[in-house]
Design a protein around this ligand. Structure first.
Ligand code: ATP
Length: 359
């Protein structure tokens, strides 16, 4: 399947009444790439997607290009895009096959070609034998497979997804997320995928654009976003993050924080250090960086999350695969090696993160 790069140049959108949904942004999505737009409600994800699709126009001066071609003035039906929505947007009065074949008929494909394409895409989304089923006889997951099949049937250059899994239950969402990822790799189509679910973004995105209040806060690979967030907003939005205030900088690049001292040569002069709960280790012997008391433990199945009180009204979340059970108020020793400590505004990058980025 052919795919195309997408370029947005100075694309912003202010709605009548002065509501700025999107500040003018520049963005290039490579041919064949899956870009995920991730962010909280109202940050401008859908507006960006609608500008790419042609459902929305950018404010004056904004340009949208597919490859070299300027498509700014083209409506959605002339842009060669396939779209999948949260609410499926299927034709309720048509059966499954007619829904999927809809775009093929408009394109004027022969009866045989349509039949062949139907068999092909229905196999791809695991809907064999569903041809004559009515839409209201399908589960949510099946409806979304029909919508997916309809979008890919016309072999568009660009696939656009607007929270396609948001209405499904957690288990089905996990499964369809894997299937969509597999499908996108097979098709090699350029895709833009809107979600507010960080797990979905990490699983599907070649790159993720984290959006905040109408702007892109960070655009990078999932690993970079996770290990090297450039702002506390991004660090907080992707996974959980602890912040420890630095009370004093000591000799040998040691930092005094509540509960003890940390060694962080790459972070001298910072006012606080950050770390992920799952990176913190529990000390097996007296050799600890921080000491505290377990105030709460939440069993998560594969792991448990501890809330550790370090004193001075400072609490640390620790996620551990250990099966040991801690009593409330039991003392605990923690290890926070330099490579797990970071600061969003510091470019100095701990060794661990570099490794992960180049893995
Ligand atoms: P959600 O996850 O809730 O769908 P989003 O990130 O997709 O949010 P957008 O739908 O792009 O956000 O909306 C961005 C901002 O623009 C919001 O504040 C929204 O209220 C506003 N907005 C969107 N569409 C319109 C419109 N047609 N008229 C006025 N304001 C709008």
């Amino acid at each position: 399947m052919t795919s195309t790069s997408i370029t947005l140049e100075g694309c912003g959108r202010t709605f009548p009444g002065g509501q700025v949904a999107l500040h003018p942004l520049n963005l290039t999505i490579a041919a064949g790439e899956t870009l995920v737009l991730l962010g909280p409600s109202g940050c401008g994800k859908t507006t960006t997607l609608r500008i790419i699709s042609g459902l929305e126009s950018p404010d004056a001066g904004g340009r949208v290009r597919f490859g070299e071609r300027d498509v700014t003035a083209l409506p959605i039906e002339k842009r060669d895009v396939g779209m999948v929505f949260q609410n499926y947007a299927l034709f309720p009065n048509m059966n499954v096959a007619d829904n999927i074949a809809y775009g093929l008929r408009i394109k004027g494909l022969s009866r045989d070609a349509i039949r062949q394409r139907l068999v092909e895409v229905m196999a791809m989304v695991d809907l064999q034998g569903f041809d004559t089923r009515r839409i209201h006889e399908l589960s949510g997951g099946q409806k979304q497979r029909v919508a997916l099949a309809r979008a890919i049937a016309v072999r568009p250059k660009v696939l656009l997804f607007d929270e396609p899994l948001a209405a499904l239950d957690a288990k089905l969402r996990d499964r369809l997320r894997l299937e969509i990822g597999q499908l996108l790799r097979e098709l090699g189509t350029t895709a833009v995928y809107v979600t507010h679910d960080q797990a979905e973004a990490m699983a599907l995105g070649d790159r993720i654009a984290v959006m905040q209040a109408g702007r892109i806060a960070q655009l990078a690979t999932p690993r970079e976003i996770y290990h090297r967030p450039t702002s506390t907003f991004v660090a907080d939005f992707i996974g959980a993050v602890n912040r420890l205030e630095v009370h004093a900088t000591l000799a040998d690049h040691r930092l005094r924080v509540s509960g003890g001292e940390l060694h962080a040569p790459h972070l001298t002069g910072v006012e606080a250090v950050y770390c992920r709960p799952e990176d913190i280790q529990i000390a097996a012997d007296g050799n600890t960086d921080l000491r505290g008391e377990v105030r709460q433990s939440i069993f998560l199945g594969q792991s448990q999350r501890l809330l550790v009180d370090l004193g001075n009204n400072t609490f640390l979340q620790v996620e551990t695969a250990s099966r040991r059970q801690w009593r409330t108020d039991e003392p605990i020793g923690l290890l926070l090696p330099p490579e797990i400590l970071f600061h969003p505004e510091r470019h100095a990058c701990p060794a661990k993160n570099l490794e992960a980025n180049h893995a």
